[in-house]
Design a protein around this ligand. Sequence first.
Ligand code: GDP
Ligand code: MG
Length: 179
Amino acid sequence: MEKREHLFKILVIGDIGCGKTSIIKSYVHNFFSPNYRATIGVDFALKVLNWDETTLIRLQLWDISGEERFGKMNRVYYKEAVGCMIIFDVTQPETFENVWNWKQDLDSKVQLPNGQPVPCVLLANKCDLPKVGTVNNKSYMDKYCVEKGFHSWFETSAKENINVDNVAKSLVEKILEND
Ligand code: GDP
Ligand code: MG
């Protein structure tokens, strides 16, 4: 039987150093390095998912960076995205403070063809390290996500490969709902 194929453009955004490149490498290549060079411009990675018997999904992950300043991102990068991961670093509370800025920047620059916001999952990354601050306690984060329009959130570690598959699964499920 012929498989249905989808190509989904997924943005990976968040402050510099929070682990965007590492999450993508961990997810696509099962590989972690303590010293990635700062991404310059945009990198792409492709992950192919045999979603079910009849569905093949290609995730095109856009690793945007160099100048990771919300508000400065070019609209062109965001164009035609159908999903987004916003990442912060649990050891750097200021990266969490910027999450809302990233979300607003995203929503102001791209929408789905039906006018709805692009489904977005929040990643509390580096959960293998001791947390700083109290932001990512569960009930706080659950409430935050509802208020701010995130589909879901996960504690992740690119280093230990924790929850990275679950992030993608949650996002794809939401994208397919809209499809
Ligand atoms: P980016 O600027 O957002 O792309 O961040 P990078 O992926 O380049 O990561 C920045 C630094 O954080 C690198 O030294 C990574 O090795 C480190 N890093 C990224 N993710 C994790 C993680 O889950 N755990 C730990 N311990 N370090 C991480
Ligand atoms: Mg990077």
